[in-house]
Design a protein around this ligand. Sequence first.
Ligand SMILES: *Cc1c(COP(=O)(O)O)cnc(C)c1O
Length: 481
Amino acid sequence: MAEIRFYTGDNFPLELHKVRIVQKLDLVPVERRAEAMAEAGYNTFLLKNKDIFLDMLTDSGVNAMSDRQLAAMMVADDSYAGSATFTRLSEKLEEIFGTKYFLPSHQGRAAENILAMTFVSKGSIIPMNYHFTTTKAHITRLGGSVEELVIDEGVKITSDHPFKGNFDLEKLDELFRCKGSSIPFVRIEAGTNLIGGQPLSLENIMAVADLTHKYGKLVVMDASLLQDNLYFIKTREEKAKDLSIRQITRMIADKMDIIYFSARKLGFARGGGIAVHDESLYLKMRELVPMFEGFLTYGGMSVREMEAMTVGLEETMDMDVISQGPLFIKYMTDELVKLGVPVVTPAGGLGCHLDASRFIPQVSQTEYPAGSLAAAVFIAGGLRGMERGTISEQREEDGSEHLASVELLRLALPRRVFTLSQVKYAVDRIKWLYDHRDLIGGLRFVEEPSSLRFFFGRLEPVSSWPEKLVKAFRDDFGDSL
Ligand SMILES: *Cc1c(COP(=O)(O)O)cnc(C)c1O
């Protein structure tokens, strides 16, 4: 990928694709945005799309698809067993990862269910750089626990460490020495979702795999966000700069025992699965696929999605394709930094992350700063983000809050979906909100489910702060949207 420089010295990411299908968007007035937020119980998961302008909730299943992916969907081979589509997907995975066996699943968490049911039991400890919500839920459901071993820099909000997702190798070694017998596998999460899409270095991945194998344990990679991680390895790691994306991918995959992924992210389609080198590991997990997902040659996925995924995986090997996400995220992050808005640095993959703890320090963690900021950002601009803070945690067994180590509002940039002017609009509204941050207050639960509460929980503001925000917007913007 050659760098593109601008004659005027300006610097911004350039779209390396053209738009051939569009979806019309509506920007509803601020009063309606506030009303919609109240109807949704101040939980952005419960908003309706018709009220949303820029949906930055997630990159899951909403990345733009290519013309080639759509074309491939037309030749999908629909059959219950033995589909040629499955063979093509399985062969593509073997070509890219070198893995001989593939177990399809309907999405990433279904792969996690299969892994957990196969390897996790009461008392199991699963070391990982950082947890992901669904991963942890599957492990704890079976009586296991998660041990987070990310380097200290990983949870520092502002940093210039290029690989904040790295494992602390000493801590991993110590855990093996003290509790090795309880560890069935180590999980490496490429592009650590919950701490800002921060990558691991190739060097760290190799070292973790070597150490884990030294203790005779399995290495499992959650490759859902691998594509951004590949881009960061290529652009930030001196040793990798002359390697191709394909070579980097293969070096990583060769060291893994199991690679699982959500194809709602990796491969720009919808689905998931588990790729394995070793036949005995494959056989251990195999029977769970027809039991929970579907027959072995579709695993709950539509054949069209599998065809699209096969093409999407190939496109993931193209630097022009995978650079777009990180470059747009970097642009958004850098613009917000220039305006003084607190964000996670350096920019990672997945999206731009606002630091709610510094954005609204007046809101205490028990009144959910990240959740409050998510509601405020929606009211200010029709931007839907995702709370990644205390609401996303589970309460302790005694009912007390488990305060999150960071309070972030994630504004995901689904890949190749938004244009530069839409990103500029988002930056503008966030800056406006930052200048009115004193108006924002906290939230409290009115309905709180005991597990995965961030999906369905309903909250209310602790004061009339949303109305004050609407009034300030009207004062500043007049009749404008
Ligand atoms: C999204 C995601 C998952 C779960 O995948 P789904 O397809 O949403 O079930 C697991 N791990 C990571 C790192 C993810 O980002």
